[in-house]
Design a protein around this ligand. Structure first.
Ligand SMILES: [Cu+2]
Length: 224
């Protein structure tokens, strides 16, 4: 073994101990950046605390299905003002950002019929919900928009739990869990983060007797 190789070997061991960042600095090889980078706003931002906090509406029931409270949400594009005077194209649940808030009771099942009028497939996941597989919104368990000719999720992956549907999909949530604040959001494979940035997110409250017994003000009574 040459002197140079011995030195190189020792250097490599040392670098392993010193950590990859230093290794990158010494070898000149760059690790890839993170999956995202922070972007500054391209338009002027309003002065802090001058724009009212947006309060999403509480969703009214669309009726009572068999054994479950029933709601309907349409996923669609709208143009809205997030920054005053600046129109922004959003992907929304029912045209608002955040989407409408669903209020439910522990152990009282809720069915939400989602209608996809967006230009892309979607999947709805109730984050933190104790939900059976069929309504959990697996990332390949897609609701395809009308006329979609691209990949069809479940068929492409052969995932037996996934069921692709066209335009509408009913998700049923047992909600047998303690009072909590859940949120629902788009969950499409590879597109979850961008879809949420575009607006596909909303809140879902679960209430129960324990919460009712607490000596705290009722929040939603004061929302509007
Ligand atoms: Cu989530």
């Amino acid at each position: 073994m040459t002197r140079r190789r011995v030195l190189g070997f020792g250097a490599a061991l040392g670098l392993a101990a010193a950590g990859a960042t230093e290794a990158a600095a010494v070898t000149g090889r760059r690790r890839p950046d993170g999956t995202g980078r922070q972007l500054a706003s391209a338009v002027p931002l309003p002065a802090p605390y001058t724009v009212p906090l947006p309060l999403p509406p509480v969703l009214a029931q669309a009726g009572v299905a068999v054994g479950a409270d029933r709601y309907e949400i349409t996923q669609r594009r709208v143009t809205a003002e997030i920054l005053p005077g600046v129109p922004t194209t959003l992907w929304t649940y029912n045209g608002t950002y955040p989407g409408p808030t669903i209020e439910s009771r522990r152990g009282r099942p809720v069915t939400v019929l989602h209608r996809n009028e967006l230009p892309v497939p979607t999947a709805v996941h109730l984050h933190g919900g104790r939900t059976p597989a069929g309504s959990d919104g697996y990332p390949t368990d897609l609701v395809l928009p009308d006329g979609w000719t691209g990949p069809e999720g479940a068929h492409a992956t052969h995932d037996p739990r996934a069921v692709t549907s066209r335009v509408t999909r009913a998700y049923t949530y047992p909600l047998d869990q303690r009072a909590t604040l859940l949120w629902y959001h788009d969950h499409r494979m590879d597109y979850t983060a961008p879809a949420i940035w575009r607006g596909l997110t909303g809140m879902h409250l679960v209430r129960d007797d324990v919460e009712d017994a607490l000596d705290i003000p009722a929040a939603t009574a004061n929302w509007r």
